[in-house]
Design a protein around this ligand. Structure first.
Ligand code: NAP
Length: 258
């Protein structure tokens, strides 16, 4: 087994990463690790997942408690012991896949742990929405956020999307500033669909859009369409102890730091 470490690059995270590296008895490998330790917060975990999509991810938070990062600076002994002995819990999380096409049929593909968003902030974006090939609506507005259950507490939550229990296999389509008037009508509510559904967003005419996939972003000139769904890609996240979804929600959003 080989491991790698990724730090958020602030002083504390670098110091903690250095301590952990010295204590793990496995071969260090930055190219093809079996385990990756992400030291920082949920943002660092997103970077680790995109850099090493096939590794088991261990998240250590060095600031506030993270939604994903569940080992803390205080329980580094547990982390080191879990990795050295190979005894830890694993939670599998489905990753969203997307295929982006421009008007010349060029393809960009990517995957997301949290969400995929498509926006054109300075202009109105007009998109026809299809679910499994069936037409739903013509959307006018800033764009859409399509999220996984574990990503439902990230950007989706700020858009007043629903918080989804990760034990439910779903895909959520949430509007970003949809225009509703006598002339234009959209569903206006977050739409929670089965994970077997495929979402396709078709531009009425090719235009420049900005697509984000977790913390990564793409500018697509002459954007034509995007297809989003689950294609069997899975992330393995390690935990010292199993933690209930409600506990995770409450420590991330409800319990005061005072
Ligand atoms: P970032 O600074 O890495 O993350 C922004 C915030 O979102 C941080 O506080 C991060 O926690 C938190 N976060 C990430 N995933 C989460 C999850 N599944 N549940 C709850 N909180 C979560 O920002 P970035 O690099 O630009 O983008 C990474 C993520 O930020 C995106 O995937 C998106 O979900 C989120 N984002 C949110 C908004 C918004 O809410 N308005 C806007 C843009 C992006 P840590 O502090 O622990 O890292």
């Amino acid at each position: 087994m080989r491991f790698s470490i990724l730090s958020r690059q602030d002083n504390l995270s670098n110091e903690v990463a250095c301590k952990i590296k010295k204590r793990i008895n496995l071969e260090y490998d930055d190219i093809n690790p079996d385990y990756v330790v992400a030291v920082g917060g949920d943002g660092t975990i997103l970077s680790a997942v995109h850099k090493y999509p096939n590794a088991v991810v261990f998240g250590v938070h060095t600031g506030h408690l993270g939604f994903y990062a569940n080992y803390s600076v205080e329980n580094i002994d547990d982390l080191v012991n879990d990795i050295n002995t190979g005894h830890f819990h694993i939670e599998n999380t489905n990753l969203l896949s997307c295929k982006i096409y421009d008007s010349k049929n060029n393809l960009t593909d990517a995957f997301a742990l949290n969400e995929i968003t498509i926006v054109t902030p300075p202009r109105t974006l007009i998109l026809d929405v299809f679910i499994n090939g069936e037409y739903l609506e013509r959307f006018r507005g800033t764009g859409f956020c399509v999220s996984t259950p574990s990503g439902s507490t990230a950007y989706n939550k700020s858009l007043h999307g629903s918080v989804i229990d990760p034990q439910l296999d779903t895909i959520q389509l949430t509007e970003i500033a949809g225009i509703n008037s006598n002339s234009y009508r959209t569903l206006s509510s977050p739409l929670v669909l089965s994970n077997r559904r495929k979402i396709k967003l078709n531009a009425l005419m090719a235009q420049e859009v900005f697509i984000t996939v977790d913390h990564e972003s793409y500018t697509i000139n002459d954007f034509e369409s995007i297809e989003i769904g689950y294609e069997g890609k899975v992330l393995k996240m390690a935990f010292h102890e199993e933690e209930s979804f409600l506990k995770r929600i409450s420590r991330t959003f409800l319990i005061s730091k005072e």
